[in-house]
Design a protein around this ligand. Structure first.
Ligand code: ZN
Length: 150
């Protein structure tokens, strides 16, 4: 478990310092804003979906290291995936951070995202880690609304 903890810190620090896909997209097909009032995390998510595939995805915003790194990893992870897969990964990720038991397959599928298993010990941090994913779901519903984590 200590290996995962070290990896967790390393990955989070890295993605917080150099967030990937941190930009606005010019003509997104889907877009939503997310806000976690508990911590003050705010982000805006942009997607270009073509033929049911996440062709491009990016975000901007400001928040704590966990919300920023989670959004960064999520955008990296979802690029090239189908919308149906993205929804499935939302479920797996949510189970992961809330401490539900995942199948080995689901855990494998999450790859690097598995480092966020560490937040289940910190209930307040679960919202930070899942903000980008809740915003994703809202964006997919194409609702231009502000996602609240609660
Ligand atoms: Zn936060």
């Amino acid at each position: 478990m200590s290996d995962l903890r070290e990896l967790y810190q390393e990955v989070i620090l890295d993605h917080n310092k150099n967030p990937r896909n941190f930009k606005k997209l010019e003509s997104p097909t889907h877009h939503a804003r997310g806000h976690n009032p508990l911590c003050g995390d705010k982000l805006e998510l942009f997607l270009v979906i073509r033929d049911g595939i996440v062709d491009d995805i990016a975000f901007v915003g400001s928040g704590c290291a966990i919300s920023t790194s989670s959004a960064s990893l999520m955008t990296q992870f979802l690029k090239g995936k189908t919308v149906a897969e993205s929804r499935k990964y939302f479920e797996s990720f949510h189970d992961l951070v809330t401490g539900k038991l995942l199948t080995e397959q689901a855990m494998d599928d999450l790859g690097k995202l598995a480092v966020f298993a560490g937040v289940q010990e910190f209930p307040a941090r679960v919202k930070c880690a899942s903000l980008s994913w809740h915003t994703l779901i809202n964006a997919l519903e194409s609702a231009s609304v502000i996602a609240e984590t609660e």
